[in-house]
Design a protein around this ligand. Structure first.
Ligand code: ZN
Ligand code: ZN
Length: 299
């Protein structure tokens, strides 16, 4: 059986996700033949956006992301699922953190206090505007040219990488999600010359790069990032890759993961899993269940 993983899943703790519980996702993962599922609740910590998105949902209520009580509950639920699905599905505790300069200390504290398996870093906001949002992104795009976007995005990405706080970078060309409509196809080449030195730094740190399949749901033709960018990552020495659907609802779980694994295989790259922030390779996409735990390399 093919060893499938989904390392980007938003359960009901994320403010923009459907109210689907961790165990419901686990059941669905088994149905889909996933061997591992990693929950990556989304947090934004930027003080300038405090009223907009520094929240998570706990038992149906909006609570401040800074009130770490929610993380106690989150871990409790994940540990319960780990016990319940032991031997059939590996359940991992992850988080997706939106990076912006100035939030390093807050992130560090959160990561020190909880035993995460996997920490995804993401750039969702530039100049305090969410370029990841359909509604908000035009505020950024309409008054800035492509050169400004390029500078803002890659500068922020470079800083995110330099913090050393993240295991893996999510959807590294996210700007094309809504930017494509505004700037046209030129947006697909703004990474050239900017992303390679950043990838080299990631490679030296042993950081991973995510293949995020959510772009296909939004009508884009390639994954986040595009094949060209994945190849640049490999040429720059990055060896750790993960695959994730960025599911915000049950139907999106495992979405296009087969194709993402195919892409890695075609490029001779290796999908990875994470335990306690250590990467392990899932050779050629196949691995017996037992072998997935404990082995540590690559991070
Ligand atoms: Zn994201
Ligand atoms: Zn996400």
């Amino acid at each position: 059986m093919k060893y499938k993983t989904d390392y980007h899943v938003h359960p009901n703790y994320s403010i923009d996700a459907s109210p689907v519980e961790i165990k419901e996702y686990c059941n669905k993962a088994l149905e889909l033949g996933l061997a591992e599922i990693c929950f990556t609740t989304h947090v934004e910590l930027e003080p300038e956006r405090n009223d907009i998105d520094n929240f998570v949902i706990l038992a149906g209520q909006k609570v401040s992301v800074f009130n770490e009580f929610w993380l106690d509950k989150y871990f409790e639920e994940i540990v319960e699922a780990q016990d319940e699905y032991a031997g059939t599905l590996k359940v991992k505790a992850g988080i997706e953190i939106g990076y912006c300069p100035g939030v390093e200390k807050t992130i560090e504290k959160m990561l020190n206090n909880y035993p995460f398996d996997f920490v995804l870093g993401a750039i969702h906001c530039l100049r305090h505007i969410a370029i990841s949002s359909m509604k908000e992104s035009p505020v950024y795009y309409e008054s800035r040219d492509l050169a400004t976007l390029r500078q803002d995005y890659f500068e922020t990405l470079e800083e995110a990488v330099a913090t050393g706080l993240f295991d893996c970078i999510a959807h590294v060309d996210l700007y094309s999600r809504y930017g494509f409509k505004h700037y046209g196809p030129d947006i697909h080449s703004i990474h050239q010359g900017a992303i390679e030195p950043i990838f080299e730094k990631m490679a030296r740190k042993g950081m991973g790069l995510e293949i995020n399949t959510s772009s296909l749901r939004r009508g884009l033709k390639e994954f986040h990032p595009s094949k060209e960018i994945v190849q640049l990552a490999a040429e720059s020495g990055i060896e750790v890759f993960t695959v994730g659907s960025d599911a915000h609802s049950l139907e999106q779980l495992g979405d296009h993961i087969d194709e993402a694994l195919e892409l890695l295989k075609k490029l001779n790259l290796t999908n990875h899993g994470f335990t306690k922030r250590k990467a392990y390779p899932i050779e050629a996409g196949y691995l017996p269940l037992q072998a997935a735990s404990g082995s540590e390399s690559g991070k």
